[in-house]
Design a protein around this ligand. Structure first.
Ligand code: ZN
Length: 76
């Protein structure tokens, strides 16, 4: 699924239900075929999600910037 389609789906579905999108890692410097990093990625995702929850992420309704066109010139 392309990011454009995902964002389109999010914008549509959030009109129908309560939708919370945990921001994904971006950029991810590991190939999707590199399963040697799975445990590390899962741990990072767990910790990032905890920080997101603790910082009120559930209250935010905006599409995460990592899912939209952006650059890595600054942190998002
Ligand atoms: Zn990014």
């Amino acid at each position: 699924m392309s990011m454009r389609q995902l964002v389109s789906d999010i914008l549509h579905l959030r009109t129908l239900t309560s939708l919370h999108i945990v921001p994904p890692f971006c950029p991810v410097d590991v190939s999707v075929f590199n399963f040697a990093q799975t445990e590390s990625l899962l741990q990072r995702a767990y910790e990032k999600t905890l920080r997101w929850l603790e910082s009120g992420g559930v209250e935010r309704t905006k599409v995460p910037s990592a899912l939209t066109i952006h650059s890595h010139a600054r942190e998002h």
